[in-house]
Design a binder for this molecule. Sequence first.
Ligand code: ADP
Ligand code: PAZ
Ligand code: MN
Length: 868
Amino acid sequence: MATPSVTSPISRSSSRPQLDLSGAAIQGNFEERDPTIILPNQSDDIFHLSLDIGGSLIKLVYFSRHEDCSVDDKRKRSLKQRLGVLNGNRSYPILGGRLHFVKFETTKINDCLDFINSKQLHRGGIDSRGWRANTSVNDDAIIKATGGGAYKFADLFKERLGVGIEKEDEMNCLVAGANFLLKAIRHEAFTHMEGRKEFVQIDQNDLFPYLLVNIGSGVSMIKVDGEGKFQRVSGTNVGGGTYWGLGKLLTKCKSFDELLELSQRGDNKVVDMLVGDIYGGMDYSKIGLSASIIASSFGKVISGNKELEDYSPEDISLSLLRMISYNIGQISYLNALRFGLKRIFFGGFFIRGHAYTMDTISFAVHFWSKGEAQAMFLRHEGFLGALGAFMSYEKHGLDDLMAHQLVERFPMGPYVGGKIHGPPLGDLSEKISWMEKFVQKGTEILAPVPLAPLITTGLGGFDSPSSRGGTLHSDDATLNVGVLHLVPTLEVFPLLADPKTYEPNTIYVSDHSELECWLTVLSEHLPDLVDKAVASEGGTEDAKRRGDAFAHAFSALMARLMEEPAAYGKLGLANLLELREECLREFQFVDAYRTIKQRENEASLAVLTDLLIELDSMDEESRLLTLIEGVLAANIFDWGSRACVDLYHKGTIIEIYRMSRKKMQRPWRVDDFDTFKERMQGSAEKKLPPHKRALLFVDNSGADVILGMLPLARELLRRGTEVVLVANSLPALNDVMAMELPEIVAEAAKHCDVIRKAAEAGGLLMDAMINIQDAPKKASLASLMVVENGCGSPCIDLRQVSSELAAAAKGADLIILEGMGRALHTNFNARFKCDTLKLAMVKNQRLAEKLVNGNIYDCVCRYESGAG
Ligand SMILES: Nc1ncnc2c1ncn2[C@@H]1O[C@H](COP(=O)(O)OP(=O)(O)O)[C@@H](O)[C@H]1O
Ligand SMILES: CC(C)(COP(=O)(O)O)[C@@H](O)C(=O)NCCC(=O)O
Ligand SMILES: [Mn+2]
């Protein structure tokens, strides 16, 4: 451990960088890309970097924090008080950040040092956007590092960067990294058998013991019994270095990937001696060996009387890969057997997410254990040690983070998946130039979404990999890790009936044809979206460049997913829709549908009074039906649906709204209205009290929220139910955002007393609020409030919502989820603890057929009474 510097003018309690997340609270500026977080107990500067310098590769994990952006308005403060959300003290530093994963070849350590230097990672401050840097490196500054290179290169780090290396034990780090990943990262572990990848849900309470096999240059086998409780029980020197080393010698390959790629086209029978070769083409069935099983790797070479040049590098590479993978699988099984372990997790960069390697290891484990033991792989395969080193920064609390506090996003931009192409890119303009270079070169990034079938390896990993597959991706594209956004204040929505089994996505696009179909929808929508996005930024030359770059980056990501849909975990439709929004933000499009939203809000507010008069002239029963009809009809204003966008050319907003309402024919495709009505209005025998608090998850701007959801909210308020409008924190298509709602409500309040009074009571109307703070609250008045949901997507994953929403949910007994994204693509099958109404118009033919066996423009009104 480094000793604290006595000469340092700034007194530090320890030389160790500390990131203390205890007592973290959200600062509530969701207008920013990520919510900002107050770390009340964070005082020291933090280092953001850790390394695992191995025999072959250097793995780097670094944390980039966000700039201080403390904006907190009066409305939010009052809301937080009302909901009991911890109010942060603004004198503390504010932090939100991301974890990045990058690797370099160890022989290219100088590139790695340049990278660290250019990003100033060793100074603990500047991130990829160039925010905030500490200008000097303290004498006692250190970086945590593990792996042999932590010893070997310590002097070089001091010399080149002026920082010391604090060495962390490699085994310790591997175990800490694996435990963290298995605990906190969704879809981290998966099985891979006969070309099929399946993610495994790990039960936190049933994780230990397991065998961890790290296949780096060499192989370590570690029996893990708990956090920090482990024993290295075995290992083998026949590992990744052996494959690469021997392969290089025998094939003259220049890179590891080239060698791996060769194996895809190989036929191992030319080199390997099979049982059939020995038994004259027959099986040795008595001991269960079929003729095609390998009896001796490379054994056929003895009899061939051939020179090395006579063998194809493809065959050699495959035989070698198979020999080493199988051997590791077999030794792992034997060690699992020794200790009675059923689960074996394989990590290390030898695996490289390569299907044949994983199939072979899985086969060996399965075959020898007779199906008793299971081989599992990790998406962050090579980063276990580096992550473990990162977590060894004392007290930074990362190991306490849970899955819901980490949002994994697709890696964007030039180093999709981690590898750096040329010098690292500092800012957006460099990123755009990089995209433009790609355009000029016409490289793979421009290729249309490939529609070829997925690569599988065929039978049990023994036969040659199928030649159907395309080429292996260059190194960067196959690192199956995204950027981890650290948001310690995200919470699991408290009203989920069973958070453990909750799955947000209704449709998973793991099926190839399903994915192809949705990617086509997204590709077709792209030109229109780019037009809107560019126009939203004034149509300037800069906006056009960003628009082009966005289109290329998004297309590249789609192409990547088409080739490997499960690259970043189980892929749902919601992930695709969110990816598009994230990508827009990456190219700094603030709000692509800004103008459209404004126009539709104005048009809808102009007819709100007439609608309210019409509603008020009805009796209670027909009013409720008209209100629900109104929500469904107004949900037609969805700029994310191709069919609807075509429709908008055919009339004005109000004409379309009227037409849509006229078409509302009951029974709807899913029609639980009568049950809902009974709950609301009671039957002859039974009347129930009104709900106490309703959470209305609103969807689109304009008619959808103003003519659909607000009148419904008003009805609830009238009945004495408190209403919380739940809206997005960040823009997504034409969805209304939480920060836009107060203004809309204020406008609506001009036309309606009920809304005005409720909004005043809920602290939504700023002017009125000043009076209300002094005036005693009228107990009978139900309030209208707005909370943000913590996301910026047309869909919502209720495992990760804002603390505001979680707080608001605690007193709620009615949930209304509105729109296709929130109620159909996600949450259609979700069950809640309280009464739930799911309302949406289906604006896509395929979804209509698949989900409700119906047609486009059908409506869904699903009501489920609370589970308890
Ligand atoms: N781009 C690459 N360059 C070299 N080796 C690679 C590469 N990608 C994967 N590998 C494989 O990964 C192994 C290194 O795995 P890793 O987990 O990083 O171990 P180490 O810590 O020993 O470097 C190499 O021996 C090789 O088999
Ligand atoms: C993005 C959406 C989920 C938004 O729907 P909403 O939640 O606004 O009802 C929806 O427009 C959608 O699924 N669009 C893609 C399919 C299509 O273009 O038909
Ligand atoms: Mn929407």
